[in-house]
Design a protein around this ligand. Structure first.
Ligand SMILES: Nc1ncnc2c1ncn2[C@@H]1O[C@H](COP(=O)(O)OP(=O)(O)OP(=O)(O)O)[C@@H](O)[C@H]1O
Ligand SMILES: [Mg+2]
Length: 309
């Protein structure tokens, strides 16, 4: 049922521990998101899973109890953070090269190369040299090279960095399609919206440690201690900030012109009191919105820092 289990992983670079007691399990067919700021340890973790970096402590177990990475490698497809392609080769030559490393030859190899380039929407450019490609096209070709051998586990390290929205959408669509075709995917990103959109489960890493894991709804409901309301008034009301502060249960208020932002602990219903206070002070309400929690807020709540740094 699990394609991968990571148990109590540690990793040192010199004397610095950069991965600290990291454990997680990925079910077959899932898109598993690794989210974290720069230097969190995402790439290091991915390199450990891919067998590029040594595991200092702990173990990684692939499906059917396979513990030896070399026995599982051909089932994996890896998109490293830095694009690894041959610039003077054409798109097809690149895919063909990487696919042939898995012992595919002749007709079967050609079929796979065609299928992979079609999958990423690069059939029209198949004979173009990579050095003439845009960044987005390179990312798509990178994906084609990683999947031509139909791996069961696809590991993607920031596959959408620095590309235009069209290529980004194409990649996100491709990831979902790969999942529909039965692959399991580890997806790393800084972009919270992407992680929220495509991942079944999410692991948030910071400074080499897991600080939260679960699906996005769970993370948001568990880690968000506050409800935040945004109230727009039709008129400007003096001193409304002080009046709202006095309401029992209010933990935060800020007023900017006609906009009031305030938070209260979850489970306390202060909306009626809030409306009464505003009206009693001469405010006319135009709209009230309950600000929905985001993963960004979750991260901020746990660490006190913004995710993108
Ligand atoms: N080859 C290396 N030698 C020494 N330290 C390293 C090496 N690679 C990474 N590190 C350190 O390990 C920590 C984790 O880095 P890693 O690249 O895994 O982070 P990341 O989450 O992928 O960051 P980014 O979002 O910037 O890609 C950082 O403190 C980094 O400086
Ligand atoms: Mg990285």
């Amino acid at each position: 049922m699990y394609i991968l289990q990571a148990k109590h992983l540690d990793k040192f670079y010199g004397k610095t521990k950069v991965i600290k007691d990291v454990s997680f399990s990925i079910k077959k067919g899932q898109i598993y998101g690794l989210l974290g700021p720069n230097g969190a340890g995402k790439s290091t973790l991915i390199k450990m899973i891919a067998g590029i970096e040594k595991v200092d402590e702990g173990e990684i177990i692939f499906e059917e109890e396979v513990k030896n990475i070399n026995r599982y490698k051909r089932n994996m497809g890896i998109l490293t953070q830095d694009i690894a392609l041959y610039p003077s080769f054409t798109a097809h030559e690149n895919i063909s090269f990487f696919c042939s490393l898995y012992s595919y030859r002749g007709k079967e190899l050609r079929k796979r190369v065609d299928r992979a380039s079609e999958f990423v929407g690069l059939t029209d450019c198949k004979n173009k040299k990579v050095e003439e490609f845009s960044g987005g096209m390179m990312r798509r070709l990178h994906l084609a090279c990683a999947i031509a051998h139909t791996p069961k586990l696809i590991i993607m390290d920031e596959p959408t960095v620095g590309i235009d929205p069209q290529s980004r959408n194409h990649i996100l669509k491709s990831v979902k399609q790969l999942k529909n075709e039965g692959a399991s995917i580890i997806y790393t990103s800084h972009y919270i919206e992407e992680i929220e959109e495509i991942c079944d489960e999410i692991c948030i890493l910071d400074k080499g440690e897991i600080i939260a894991k679960g699906n996005s709804e769970y993370l948001k409901s568990y880690y968000m201690r506050n409800n935040t309301y945004i109230i727009i008034l039709k008129n400007k009301v003096d001193n409304i900030e002080n009046a709202i502060k006095k309401i029992d249960g209010i933990s935060y208020v800020s007023v900017s012109n006609r906009e009031i932002k305030c938070s209260c602990s979850k489970g306390i219903n202060i909306l009626q009191k809030l409306v009464n206070t505003i009206c009693n002070n001469g405010g006319v309400i135009e709209s009230i919105k309950n600000e929905l929690p985001t993963l960004e807020n979750v991260f901020l709540n746990i660490t006190g820092e913004k995710l993108r740094n």
